[in-house]
Design a protein around this ligand. Structure first.
Ligand code: SF4
Ligand code: SF4
Length: 76
């Protein structure tokens, strides 16, 4: 069984694009602070930006988001 560390860059990109989708966000930064791979940054307005190259699809950001702004989704 392969781990996320064995993924090709293309597979990682697809996973990251699928794993989180920002819906409504108040900019609290919980997701950015908990992400183990530093895959989340915030823009000047507090908006969440997920770096697909670093996201492993762990779901921690979804779990800590207090307003349901993030969601896991199946790979395309
Ligand atoms: S799913 Fe995990 S790795 Fe991806 S952005 Fe969320 S906390 Fe980071
Ligand atoms: S935890 Fe949720 S509300 Fe807070 S910055 Fe992240 S996406 Fe936005």
């Amino acid at each position: 069984m392969s781990s996320d560390r064995d993924m090709t860059p293309e597979e990682a990109q697809r996973m990251a694009e699928a794993c989180c989708a920002a819906l409504t966000c108040d900019g609290c930064a919980r997701c950015r602070l908990i992400c183990p791979d530093l895959a989340i940054t915030q823009d000047a307005a507090g908006g969440v930006v997920i770096n697909a190259a670093f996201c492993r699809g762990c779901g921690l950001c979804v779990a800590v988001c207090p307003c349901g702004a993030l969601a896991m989704a199946p790979l395309r």
